[in-house]
Design a protein around this ligand. Structure first.
Ligand code: N2P
Length: 370
């Protein structure tokens, strides 16, 4: 909330500076409509875009793929820029023709993206025609190591066991367990923890994942929006929370700043963590595709990208931004994972619609606890 507020303030201030003198007729106001994840930009990236182009930004946020997909499925979203994860959402949108093919001649900074990372997302978008890479990361756990040690003693802290083993979860429920409310982004890790295929469409596998989640359900205090989890983790409310990597590191940074003795750590589960890429994309019916292309070109500038990474604590795909990324961010393997850590990740794929629906029903039963 605070972020959104200060973002609109900045836009206001810069907008006011750019306002024409009263004698000249006001030019038709141009607005870019952005729908992005919460806590996922540097306010300066938006403010500098407006300052340079004169295009104002209306900035809305979501905190799960379910919300983004629901909004897009309803049609006529009115957004010029959205930021879907390469799998499963972006690839589905590409196949459904819901995205505009990008005109690279309008994105002079396109070539700054690391070819190896573009190759990774090409499986979701042949030819990389519909999306530029924004930020990427993994799914894992926020933990409070001191609290966990106080309850469980010297246990390994690198495993999803902290959340998924019912007897452990029961003990840790005293200091608070939370799971982000996104079946799409949680179920694959649960399947992997069970030693099953994260992309399984087999009903038996899904039943096993649901049973595992129901077994810990009494110990889970909150299944809630990832943005809410970020704030609560920073405030020290949970000692285990499953969410996105950079959100945990943002929470850790906020807790350090607050200096109230709340120690937070990110755990990339040793069983294998989901690796994901978020894409800058333009809906096929975007009101102002030219402004959207200009925004993508702006965001991919190394200095702008460095600011975004410094602010959000998520890695980007523009190597030339690295010299401008704070050393503490660049050298944190939970932000920029080592090749060995990348080797312990998995990626997901879109499932057949019936399997997606079955997963959504399982997730609802987990939330309801039955
Ligand atoms: C931002 C979370 C975005 C990462 N708060 C999920 N792909």
């Amino acid at each position: 909330m605070r972020r959104i507020l200060c973002l609109s303030l900045l836009t206001l201030i810069l907008g006011a500076e750019a306002a024409p003198a009263q004698t000249t007729p006001a030019p038709a106001e141009r607005t870019l409509n952005v729908f992005n994840w919460s806590d996922y930009i540097d306010p300066y990236a938006v403010a500098s875009f407006t300052a340079e182009t004169g295009i104002r930004v209306r900035y809305d946020v979501y905190d799960s793929l379910e919300t983004l997909e629901g909004r897009m499925a309803a049609g006529r979203s009115g957004y010029d820029i959205i930021v879907p994860t390469s799998e499963p959402s972006f690839s589905r949108m590409v196949r459904a023709g819901a995205l505009l093919p990008l005109d690279r001649s309008l994105i002079p900074t396109w070539g700054g993206q690391a070819p190896a990372l573009l190759a990774k997302v090409e499986t979701s978008d042949p030819g990389n025609r519909h999306g530029a890479i924004y930020l990427w990361g993994t799914v894992g756990l926020a933990i409070r190591p001191d609290r966990i040690r106080a309850i469980l003693g010297d246990v390994p802290l690198d495993s999803l066991d902290l959340l998924m083993r019912p007897e452990i979860a029961r003990q840790l429920s005293r200091c608070g367990i939370a799971v982000m409310d996104s079946g799409i982004d949680v179920l694959p890790s649960v399947l992997r923890w069970l030693g099953r295929d994260p992309n399984s469409a087999v009903p038996e596998d899904l039943r096993a994942a649901e049973a595992a989640l129901l077994a810990i359900r009494p110990s889970v205090r909150a299944i809630t929006a990832s943005a809410t989890i970020l704030d609560a983790v920073a405030a020290g409310e949970y000692c285990v929370a499953m969410t996105y990597s950079g959100d945990v590191i943002q929470a850790q940074a906020r807790a350090e700043e607050a200096n109230r003795g709340v120690q937070i750590r990110y755990v990339q589960p040793k069983e294998g963590a989901q690796l994901w890429f978020d894409m800058l994309a333009i809906p096929a019916d975007a009101p102002d595709p030219a402004a959207a292309h200009a925004f993508i070109a702006h965001v991919l500038r190394p200095a702008v990208m460095a600011g975004i990474t410094n602010h959000t604590r998520y890695p980007n795909a523009v190597p030339a931004s690295l010299p401008l990324v704070n050393a503490a961010v660049r050298d944190d393997p939970n932000i920029y994972p080592t090749p060995e850590m990348i080797g312990r990740t998995f990626t997901v794929t879109a499932l057949p619609p019936a399997a997606e629906r079955a997963r959504a029903r399982s997730w609802s039963r987990f939330k309801a606890g039955r």
